[in-house]
Design a protein around this ligand. Structure first.
Ligand SMILES: Nc1ncnc2c1ncn2[C@@H]1O[C@H](COP(=O)(O)OP(=O)(O)O)[C@@H](O)[C@H]1O
Ligand SMILES: [Mg+2]
Length: 459
């Protein structure tokens, strides 16, 4: 038997043993006393009834009492000679099929009965292994004997106790068998859970299927949940770690390129090779590095800053972002197509200053990279969310691993060639903000159209 089973078996066996011992001791010592006490109470009740009821028809009255209480009643005129009295009473008892070995009312007792004191006397019948319990009452100058035969209870208790030992043996063996089955039922799933926990500790995030409909099943569910969450957290950490590594090498590269250019052109100027454009190039590279540093600072700020979520007017926020780009759009002859299928009073719930950064980035990208003349912006109400989409034409080839667009420093080859692209940190900032808000977002590419979508939660 397993350890749990052993513990269960020992505890239950001890409890049963205690219970049996207690009931055996009760049988032996307390029960006989209690039995006698009950008989005496019954005799007292009969005596009381005899005393208080007037008895014009003595025989009928006695017969009724005998039936009602299941006792034997005999009576006799109180004689001065107690020998005669005793023999008469014995004879009458014998007539009622009560043959007693020992029955003798002593002079003393008789005297007390005469004085009106009811007497309770127990006559042990020796080898008959019983006693005759009597109540002696005086009524209308008669002595009444109310008697009941009682067995010697202690001997009966001994027999019962012997029998109980057999019962105890049987109970214990049945119980041990049941405990064995039950403990297996409990420990088998526990064993599975232990194995799973060990697997999880080795970063093997498994799950179990235990259906016991009890606390063990609840434990299994919790472990499954824990496994899931640990898996997500672990993968997330791994991904972040990888991103960080790549980020570090990218940053170095991004900084090194303009620096080496600056150096080369500066040396060119020093050597008198300048054709009049060198200084321009150096200044442009300085601008690049400076804006890269600005964006890096911005990136680290959005990663760090606390979110101040509140409800705000999303429509106004989008409009105020678009206003900033009016002149640029006019210059590039780009027009806006805005669709709003939402209640104008609707409010979203997020950190508005961060969301402003998101919209600015998406709008500025659309203006910068569109290959067409129209940018489509839509606001739709979908259940508990407001769906924001921004769409423009693109020459990004299809299929493209469009998800890479969110990576820091990723700039499309095409945009780089056209010298349009910036640092490649814009969408990484957008992603970081939306992820921290746990807002659903994404990008789709189809038919030369690129669409960014965000599901803002309603306030
Ligand atoms: N609206 C868009 N249309 C087409 N290409 C886009 C759009 N937005 C982003 N891109 C592509 O994704 C790349 C990364 O964008 P982003 O992270 O904002 O960096 P950046 O704008 O500094 O280049 C861009 O270089 C561009 O190739
Ligand atoms: Mg950008």
């Amino acid at each position: 038997m397993n350890r749990l089973g052993r513990k269960l078996a020992i505890t239950i066996s001890i409890s049963i043993l205690l219970l049996f011992t207690l009931s055996m001791l009760t049988n032996y010592f307390l029960l006989p006393q209690y039995y006698k006490y009950q008989i005496k109470k019954e005799l007292q009740a009969v005596a009381h009834e005899i005393e208080t009821t007037p008895t014009p028809h003595l025989e009928g009255f006695i017969h009724n009492l005998e039936e009602k209480y299941n006792v034997t009643i005999v009576y006799e005129k109180i004689l001065d000679n107690e020998d005669d009295l005793n023999w008469q009473l014995r004879e009458k008892l014998a007539k009622k099929k009560i043959n007693l070995n020992r029955f003798w009312i002593t002079k003393d007792t008789l005297q007390k009965v005469k004085e009106g004191q009811n007497q309770y006397v127990l006559y042990d019948q020796g080898k008959l292994k019983s006693s005759f319990s009597t109540s002696l009452i005086e009524k209308d100058n008669l002595i009444m004997v109310v008697g009941v035969s009682i067995v010697h209870f202690r001997e009966a208790a001994e027999v019962i106790n012997t029998f109980m030992i057999y019962t105890f043996g049987f109970a214990i063996s049945t119980l041990l068998f049941l405990v064995w089955i039950w403990s297996r039922k409990i420990t088998n799933p526990l064993k599975v859970l232990t194995d799973i926990s060990q697997d999880i500790s080795r970063l093997d995030f498994k799950k179990v299927n235990i259906k016991t409909d009890d606390e063990i099943e609840e434990l299994a569910d919790s472990i499954n949940k824990m496994s899931d969450e640990l898996k997500t957290a672990h993968n997330d950490l791994k991904r972040k770690n990888q991103n960080l590594k790549r980020f570090m090498s990218d940053i170095t590269h991004e900084l090194k390129t303009p620096l080496s250019l600056m150096k080369a052109y500066s040396v060119g100027i020093q050597d008198g090779l300048d054709d009049g454009t060198y200084l321009q190039t150096v200044l442009r590279q300085i601008d690049n590095v400076s804006s890269l540093i600005d964006e890096l600072l911005e990136f680290s700020r959005v990663e760090q800053e606390e979110l101040k979520k509140t409800d705000f007017d999303l429509i106004s926020l989008v409009h105020s972002c678009l206003e900033k780009y009016q002149i640029e759009m006019k210059q590039k002859q780009i027009c806006l197509d805005i669709h709003k299928k939402i209640n104008p009073s609707i409010r979203a719930y997020a950190d508005p200053s961060k969301i402003e950064k998101v919209i600015n980035n998406l709008v500025s990208n659309a203006i910068k990279y569109t290959e067409g003349s129209t940018i489509h912006i839509k606001l739709d109400e979908i259940n508990d969310h407001v769906l924001f989409t921004i769409e423009n034409q693109t020459s990004l080839p299809n299929p493209t691993d469009i998800t890479r667009i969110w990576e820091p420093f990723y700039v499309g080859e095409f945009s780089r060639n056209k010298d349009k692209s910036g640092t490649g940190l814009g969408l990484a900032i957008v992603q970081s903000i939306l992820q921290r808000h746990q807002i659903e977002y994404g990008v789709k590419l189809s038919d030369k159209t690129i669409q960014f979508y965000i599901y803002f939660p309603k306030a």
